[in-house]
Design a protein around this ligand. Structure first.
Ligand SMILES: [Ca+2]
Length: 232
């Protein structure tokens, strides 16, 4: 199973984008560069005074009635936009990628740090925001959902799930696995153990291979950023 697959294109925005809500208050989304055109109008909850920490909180507050879509969440520092998968129970989507993605995942560290793509399509939420989300005493679960071309769904979950901070190179920490897909992240196969690895991009090699795994190509496509061992 190729969990990481292709991924990638960008633009790195370190700036914050202020936009006027209908309440005429300036809302600052730290990752406004992930909004699609007309994105502020697509936000399902942009008029609230306080934002939930994640999609699951929104799902719970709605007593299960919230719909899939774009929501403002507030994990730690600044509010951000994310796609919420509500029909599966309130999941904050941190990566979405389809087989023929026009979003290029062959990107540098800063792109993976702050995210790229469009939250309404294929995207990477950003390692910094996943760190902010999971840096709490409350345990998070990572769910990987795979849908093939025949719409057959397989999934796997890891609990708990945490991403460490940038100083730790966004190292990933995964707990117990369950699911009906192959465990491609914590299974201890030789050289292919992704759990506990630091994040690697084409401009920052933190992996255990003598070359940079993010640069290695598979079927002509560079690996892109991932928590590589060596490499897989
Ligand atoms: Ca290396």
């Amino acid at each position: 199973m190729n969990l990481k697959s292709s991924v990638g294109f960008i633009l790195l925005l370190l700036f914050k984008c202020a936009v006027w809500t209908s309440a005429e208050e300036a809302m600052v989304l730290a990752n406004a560069h992930l909004l699609p055109p007309g994105g502020y109008q697509r936000l399902s909850n942009n008029n609230e005074k306080e934002y939930a920490r994640d999609c699951y909180e929104i799902f719970q507050h709605s007593e299960g009635s919230a719909k899939d879509g774009l929501y403002v969440i507030h994990p730690m520092k600044d509010p951000i936009v994310a796609y919420c998968n509500m029909q599966d129970g309130g999941w904050t989507v941190i990566q979405h990628i389809t087989a023929n993605s026009t979003v290029d995942f062959d990107r540098i560290w800063l792109d993976y740090k702050y995210g790229f793509g469009s939250v309404h399509d294929n995207y990477w939420l950003g390692n910094e925001y996943v760190y902010q989300l999971t840096n709490t005493s409350r345990p998070y679960t990572l769910r990987v959902k795979l849908v093939d071309l025949n719409a057959e769904i397989k999934w796997g979950e890891y609990e708990p799930f945490k991403i460490e901070d940038e100083e730790s190179q966004y190292r990933i920490r995964l707990g117990l696995y369950k699911g009906n897909a192959a465990d491609a992240l914590t299974q201890d196969t030789e050289a292919y153990l992704h759990d506990n690895q630091k994040f690697t991009t084409k401009d920052r090699d933190n992996d255990n291979y003598f070359q940079n795994c993010a640069k290695l190509e598979y079927n002509g496509i560079p690996g892109g950023g991932w928590w590589y061992d060596s490499c897989a």
